[in-house]
Design a protein around this ligand. Structure first.
Ligand SMILES: Cc1cc2nc3c(=O)[nH]c(=O)nc-3n(C[C@H](O)[C@H](O)[C@H](O)COP(=O)(O)OP(=O)(O)OC[C@H]3O[C@@H](n4cnc5c(N)ncnc54)[C@H](O)[C@@H]3O)c2cc1C
Length: 407
């Protein structure tokens, strides 16, 4: 039996952030990762200014990432190029694209350099005692005790089931697919999102197609959709990707796919994110923004919060972690989930889109709100818009859910 202060299940951005933060402060940390070192994660590889801020907080150099100045939003014939964020705000004014194979390796290497023990190629499951308390993890025949068990295993699987931390079946979730292609525009300064993608039946997708330039000769090309759309169960992501690829082939001068397109889930809720002796962070806690599908920033931030709460007081860490995450994200993510039901109605989505990208000023506010670059107490147009949207969506929510299209 081996003893650690913190045992982390999963070595993605969230788990690595906890390990970096806690190990640097002297805690004895173990991270168990199912994949091998340098494993890939199906992702768009886009880092928001919020994610860049979290990487800065962890002192992770971004030299290996491709710097991004803003977003090109496309809706039908409308094209708007917008800077990521305002000067003088809480977040940096740039984002980045950093292929996950390299980003995740940089993070887990930083955790190891800080003194965390990292075991690759091993699967861990939480261990619960007779009182329902997580006492550590089991890795094969190895029993490991820990004062705090951190579930950082991404989209819910066996480890989440043991803790009862699965996705809330009443809430929306996302599915997305991506590949990489060569393109002469691989070093563009803007990421691109096309908000008017349709499936093979012509149904508007609540989601978007993306071209995220990696700066290394390649572009991450993908498309994602929310479960609130009509016919979601029958949605063929490969065909959706084919039709989006056709749309961008000429403007991006893309070559054939460099690897087989792969899809993965985007959980946007969790029935529980803490309990005696454990916390869930990142995707395992359902911390993905339903308005744009990004979760790396929340993974990093929640990983940092989990470590900080543990370092402050191990006994109260699960409860204080849950409270801090609730304060920081719950309101916004609830608004985002309501928004997901709204755009699941194609007519409402079309009307909303026309307004949202109608002028540069409104589109800039849309970007700030959707990128979660405003806080509840942010003054100015974006802050007002978020609060107004929150109130309106709260009123409309029961009707939107009741009239939800059949999946
Ligand atoms: C197609 C797609 C595109 C996306 N694009 C973006 C984007 O551009 N920007 C953005 O911010 N977000 C994006 N996201 C979301 C983003 O990928 C996630 O929010 C992010 O990876 C969450 O990090 P995490 O550490 O919580 O989980 P993960 O990155 O999923 O890491 C979890 C790790 O746990 C390991 N694991 C699982 N179970 C066990 C176990 N029992 N034992 C040991 N190890 C285990 C897994 O192997 C994995 O390495 C996208 C998601 C998808 C599907």
């Amino acid at each position: 039996m081996t003893r650690f202060d913190i045992a982390v299940i999963g070595g993605g951005p969230a788990g690595a952030a906890t390990a970096i933060r806690a190990a640097r402060a002297g805690a004895k940390v173990l991270v168990v990762e199912k994949g091998e070192h340098g494993r890939d994660k199906v992702c768009g590889d886009g880092l928001t200014p919020r994610a860049v801020a979290a990487l800065n907080e962890l002192a992770i150099p971004l030299d290996d990432a491709h710097r991004i100045a803003g977003l090109r939003m496309i809706a039908g014939k409308q094209v708007r190029e917008l800077p990521w964020a305002r000067e003088g705000g809480r977040f940096p004014t740039h984002g980045a694209v950093w292929p996950r194979r390299r980003l995740d390796a940089a993070l887990i290497d930083a955790a190891a350099a800080a003194g965390a023990e990292v075991r690759f190629g091993a699967t861990a499951l939480p261990v619960i005692d007779g009182d329902g308390r997580a006492t550590g993890i089991k890795v094969g025949n190895d029993a490991i005790t820990a004062d705090l068990t951190v579930l950082a295993a991404g989209a819910p699987g066996e480890a989440a089931r043991v803790l009862g931390a699965e996705r809330d079946p009443r809430e929306p979730y996302g599915l997305a697919i991506r590949t990489y292609v060569d393109s002469p525009r691989h070093a563009d300064a803007h990421i691109e999102a096309c908000l008017t993608v349709r499936d093979e039946r012509g149904t508007w997708i609540p989601g978007y197609g993306w071209m995220f330039p990696c700066g290394d000769g390649t572009v991450n090309l993908g498309v994602g959709a929310l479960s609130t759309m009509k016919g979601f169960k029958d949605l063929n992501l490969n065909r959706l990707l084919d039709s989006y690829r056709t749309l961008v082939r000429d403007t991006w001068g893309i070559g054939p796919d460099l690897e087989r397109a792969r899809a993965w889930r985007l959980p946007m809720s969790a029935v529980k994110r803490h309990g005696p002796g454990w916390v869930a962070i990142g995707d395992a806690a359902g911390l993905i923004n339903p308005m744009n599908g990004e979760g790396i920033d929340y993974g990093l931030e929640s990983g940092i919060v989990a470590a900080d709460r543990f370092l402050a007081d191990p006994a109260t860490a699960p409860a204080t972690y849950d409270a801090e995450i609730g304060e920081r994200f719950d309101g916004f993510l609830r608004t985002g989930r309501r928004f997901a039901f709204l755009i699941g109605h194609p007519r409402l989505m079309r009307t909303g889109l026309r307004f949202a990208v109608g002028t540069d000023r409104v589109a800039a506010i849309t970007l700030q709100v959707m990128g979660n670059l405003v806080d509840a107490d942010t003054p100015g147009a974006a802050g007002h818009t978020l609060r107004a949207a929150d109130r309106l969506l709260a009123l409309a929510d029961p009707a939107l859910r009741a009239t939800r299209a059949r999946a």
